[in-house]
Write a protein that binds this ligand. Structure first.
Ligand code: G3H
Ligand code: ZN
Length: 286
């Protein structure tokens, strides 16, 4: 069975390291994320966006897939099954479907409504031992149809949202989903420090792909305990599958067996996740 994310994230914030939360899309993604966490001996935080869950056949299917693989792969590290950027309905559905952690993303609502809805999700989730993440300000760019202006989180709003009883807080601090533009100004560490000083909950850094290692390190030092990574897996997967087809091999030998075609991509995802685990020093929690 899954664990919620509260304790491992609190320990990470205290201990000066972070846990990556890695997005899944299908069987191969899920296997790769679980295998990487098991190889490194750290908790696995597997997350699905609303779009990925829809693609995979619904929240229940995602939960069952992860549960099934945990058993068949003999995964012994703790596993968090998290909903990434859920709207109100999705958060409720994921809770019902057996997720152990949900993000309610109300960044596009008027702030007071974001607070009110977050409270409702906390009231549904906490009695079931499910952790809750909420978002203040917004993350720039787009992920799976979730679009944000990259609005810098206000310290006052961060405090108010944290007071709803959430377990971790995602704050817009100049971070962007997807590939960072050439002229990106970097994370806003001043605002991150102010927020970290104002709230005790572990902070979440979205848009974890493409942020230079030194900025990641600084963010962790300032209170970031959960780092979401999605695009990085997608890039390494697609590079590996393209390379497989481009390799100078006989067409017949390359073939069309999906298990052969997808194997290098799956390995590439695992390698990427293992590298991030090292970057985030997730093993410090052991
Ligand atoms: O919620 C998911 C993350 O924020 C992923 O962002 O695709 O830029 O790594 P990324
Ligand atoms: Zn995100």
């Amino acid at each position: 069975s899954f664990i919620h994310g509260t304790e491992i994230m609190q320990a990470a914030r205290k201990g000066g390291y972070a846990h990556g939360a890695y997005n899944t899309n299908n069987l191969e993604w899920t296997k790769a994320i679980l295998a990487a966490a098991q190889a490194k001996g750290v908790p696995a935080v597997v997350q699905s966006s609303m779009g990925a869950a829809k693609y995979m056949g619904g929240y229940k299917v995602v939960r069952q897939l992860v549960e099934g693989l945990v058993e068949s792969m003999n995964i012994t590290v703790p596993v968090v099954m998290h909903l990434d950027h859920g709207n109100f309905e999705a958060a409720k559905e994921a809770i019902e479907a057996g997720y152990s952690s949900v993000m309610f993303d109300g960044h596009d609502l008027p702030f007071e409504e974001n607070v009110a809805k977050t409270k409702e999700i906390v009231a549904l989730a906490h009695p079931k031992g499910i952790s809750v993440e909420a978002e203040v300000g917004s993350i720039g760019g787009e992920e799976d149809g979730i679009i944000g202006a990259g609005e810098l989180a206000s310290v006052e709003e961060a405090k108010e949202l944290a007071a709803t009883g959430i377990d971790f807080l995602a704050a817009g601090i100049g971070n962007i989903h997807g590939v960072y533009p050439e002229n990106w100004e970097g994370l806003n560490f001043d605002r991150l420090s102010e927020i970290a000083e104002a709230v005790e909950v572990p902070l979440v850094l979205h848009g974890g792909s493409g942020i230079p290692k030194d900025q990641i390190q600084k963010a962790i030092d300032l209170g970031v305990a959960k780092i979401n990574v999605n695009t990085e897996q997608q890039i390494s997967w697609s590079k590996a599958v393209k390379a497989y087809y481009a390799a100078d091999k006989d067409e017949a030998e390359k073939g069309f067996d999906p298990r052969k075609v997808l194997a290098p991509g799956t390995q590439a995802i695992q390698d990427t996740v293992e590298e991030r685990i090292d970057w985030f020093a997730s093993q410090k929690g052991n």
